[in-house]
Design a protein. Sequence first.
Length: 320
Amino acid sequence: MYLALKNHLYTWLFRPRGAETGPAVLVQRRVFILPTRQGMTFASVLLLMLTGAVNYNLSLGYVLTFLLGAMGINTMLHTFRNLARLRLSAGRVQPVFAGDTAHFAISIDNTGAADRYSIGLTHNKKDAAFTDVPAQRAEFLGIGIPAPRRGLLRPGRLTLFTRYPLGLFHAWAYFEPDMQCVVYPRPAPPGLALPPAVSGAGQGTEYGQGQEDFVGLRSYHPGDSPRHIDWKAAAHGQGLLTKQFSGRADSELWLSWELLPERMEVEEKLSRLTRWVLDVHASGIAFGLRLPGKTIAIASGDAHRERCLETLALFESGRT
């Protein structure tokens, strides 16, 4: 009964808002503040000092007690203002592999005229990151969240807090950014043999390792292999240009679900395919990916690698 009442009270006071798609401003109703353990001790000491001043009729005791009490009230105001009116928005997050830590970046924009100090960010009330935010400036604060499984990882509700300046009060606000991290399958250990390449009708070196006659240069396109970039031209200030070759590629490589044993578990298959994608990309060979219900055409480059890894991460999640 007590636990249910506590949860109901917590939900009523700090009701979840859900993921916020745009920037969030910490207006007055979003900032909460309570005394810390040190603040409660400070208040207890003031009460004892007041009791002693009353019992012994000490004028200086009254002065000191009320002076310290006014300082405590002023501290509460500064702690609250240290968070109020900050503007929060979601930053960037890079994909990670299962078992790693995803780093979510939160932008903290201080549009006011006063500097903000010792701003903390946490997701579990144990690990926290801190930063200072100068006036009229924005700072990024990153929070690391473990990514145990492949798929999409959301940070959930984060807590922004501060105890500046004296640690007597704890002010906090909740923020749930609308952002997600793509968690790739954990790659199998290195050393796995690649599937055999097959003869194909690719278009020049974009579809294999072979290359025949050089026919000219063209503008660089995102995803082009770094091996085909004319680095000499780039060094002479001519920009990024990609070499073009005539003829067909010698072979093309398909990373296929059907090449793996049927008895192998789904996660193990995805782990092995992830290892193949990493190894083939590192060798500069163009490749394609075949999964049940999904085929990615043969290509090369970083963009193609990321697309294949994301497809593996979202396999059977309804988004492949």
